[in-house]
Write a protein that binds this ligand. Structure first.
Ligand SMILES: N[C@@H](CCC(=O)N[C@@H](CS)C(=O)NCC(=O)O)C(=O)O
Length: 204
């Protein structure tokens, strides 16, 4: 199978971390949906990465749907998402918070780069506060007993650590050790794990 998407994309990276941590082999194409929208639309009608192309040619789009495929494939031994109950709801809630950090950090990045006087400071502040709120919520769920930081690596830990690295790259002015000390410790403990180390984009 082949994963299309630059690891600068946190959505792509969380898929890559899930594949690598479950020892599922894949080829990788570093497609950037923003830089090469025409090619992105040939793979995905809405022109976004990640796209996972299976060996039979089926195209899977959207990181959550791709993670669902991986979860089905790895079976019950090491599920990415707990099967039911409060643990499942907590994991999905934390993963949703993490992906909102991806979205609002990206939105802030583009808003900051609008030409001159078109930048809307109230939007910048709203995105910053949404990111901060998300990081604090992930922090409150972080620790060795997890949901974020426990073993085996599940959707909450994978999505949260990718959110942490993305926030560090996109908001260099934030003191993450101060804002989210427990999440910082989880990210540091996992930094050298092959699934995270091999998928870390150069700037993160
Ligand atoms: N909901 C999608 C979001 C994917 C997404 O936003 N990808 C961005 C990169 S981080 C992209 O390819 N954007 C290109 C564009 O919007 O033109 C997912 O979970 O996969």
């Amino acid at each position: 199978m082949k994963l299309f998407g630059t690891y600068l994309s946190p959505f792509t990276r969380r898929v890559a971390v899930a594949l690598t941590s479950h020892a599922i082999p894949y080829e990788h194409d570093d497609l950037n949906g923003y830089a090469d929208p025409v090619r992105a639309r040939t793979l995905n009608p809405v022109g976004k990465v990640p796209v996972l192309v299976l060996d039979d040619g089926e195209h899977l789009i959207d990181s959550m749907a791709i993670l669902d495929y991986i979860d089905e494939r790895v079976g019950h031994d090491q599920p990415l998402v707990p099967r039911s109950g409060p643990e499942r709801r907590a994991a999905l809630r934390l993963a949703a918070i993490a992906t909102t950090i991806y979205e609002q950090s990206t939105a802030r990045y583009f808003e900051e780069r609008r030409p001159g006087s078109c930048v809307q400071p109230d939007l910048l502040e709203r995105y910053r506060l949404q990111t901060l709120g998300g990081l604090k919520a992930l922090d409150a769920a972080s620790g060795v007993e997890g949901p974020i930081g426990g073993r085996p690596l599940g959707i909450a830990t994978i999505s949260a650590v990718v959110a942490f690295d993305y926030a560090r790259m996109m908001h260099p002015y934030l003191d993450l050790a101060e804002i989210a000390p427990a999440l910082t410790a989880v990210a540091a403990a996992l930094a050298d794990e092959p699934a995270f180390a091999r998928t870390r984009p150069p700037a993160a």
